[in-house]
Design a protein around this ligand. Sequence first.
Ligand SMILES: Nc1ncnc2c1ncn2[C@@H]1O[C@H](COP(=O)(O)OP(=O)(O)O)[C@@H](O)[C@H]1O
Ligand SMILES: [Mg+2]
Length: 405
Amino acid sequence: MASEILQAGLEIGSSHIKCVIGKVSGETIRVLGASSTRCKGIQDGNVVNIAKTIEAIREVVGMSEEQAKQNINYVNLGLHGLHIQSQNHIGAIGIVSQDREIGVHDIRQVLESARGSSHYTMGTQIIHTIPQEYIVDNQRGVVDPQGMVANHLKVNVHIVTALTSAIINLRRCVEKAGFGINHLILASLAASDVILLDEERDIGCILIDFGGRLCEVSYYSSGAIRGFAAFSNASDNITGDLAYFFKTSHEEAARIKEDFGFATPAHIPKEGKVTITKIDGRTREEVPIKAVSKAINDRLEDIFERVNAQIAKFVGRPEMIASCVVTGGGAKLPGIAEFFQERTGIITRLGLVRNCIGDDEVVNDPAYTAAIGLLKYDITKEAPTLGGKSGHRRKGLIEWLRKIF
Ligand SMILES: Nc1ncnc2c1ncn2[C@@H]1O[C@H](COP(=O)(O)OP(=O)(O)O)[C@@H](O)[C@H]1O
Ligand SMILES: [Mg+2]
């Protein structure tokens, strides 16, 4: 049996911060501890208040450690944000070794060449270089060219960039909270790794991460990511609409959405009413669940328009897409997969983590998919030779050295 490795995923979401601690053994994840908190120190994935963010990070990691009965020193840090962009690029090199055998060094070089060819904006940095396919001389579709003989090596890659200042601020918060960072990872990408089936990724699929303040859409085809985009219209906007329409607090509106919300009026199983406490905290009003659902549906139509426009940008012919998967906390709204299926015309399912054992309330909660994906994400598969540092220095050792010097 493969040995189990203790890992932690820390997700700075668009509205919540989450931590999941677990053990990874081959393809299987065993969740040992998980925690989530709404954080006012972050907005759309960016830090807006350092002290509040540090406090929330300490809180979620501390609670997860307590449940897991294990302490962690390093985390895989998951990012969200409107500042994250992605593009497809090509790298190409000649193989100069005498025997023309492609070595690790050549793979490193061709990926560097692809990174060099990308024109990313000032103040941003590359966080992922994901090979889509290698082209060995003219042979396309090569997954691992190492050991093959050729004159030329090309690679098609997907490059993800993020705003450097946003990354520095997030790093600061995590480090000030007392934790080291193994790798920075696009949260949606980590989620895709544990949600999507290889076949879905091969044939062509859309992943919608429907969060609190952001909705992120990714496109996968021929086994790799081809596109990513984020926009700020998501489940908290539904809460905001309900608060506005029914003249109540955001807290009460969120309760109504989470306990009585349906994606479309058509999905309501039976007629019924819900009692809403108004903004004064005393006045109560009985409202038909259908009216709640109508308000939710209007916002979802808005969000669908954005998603659809994005799908059309990714793929000229959206009918080429075989499936769509919805995940994130917003995906807990009953009828959401049916709603997207009806509106996009693409077969849609709810995205939950596969090959994962642990507390049902975490493992079967779409809000936790990215954080669970983060703890398992293997950055070395992007570029085996460019894999990150080993990252398992013990905090104890660091503190001991600090005391000595
Ligand atoms: N049962 C539920 N039904 C509908 N929406 C829900 C439910 N539970 C949580 N949500 C919504 O999910 C959103 C948070 O999603 P999440 O993925 O956890 O956040 P983040 O964007 O920070 O990753 C909030 O708007 C919350 O109200
Ligand atoms: Mg989320």
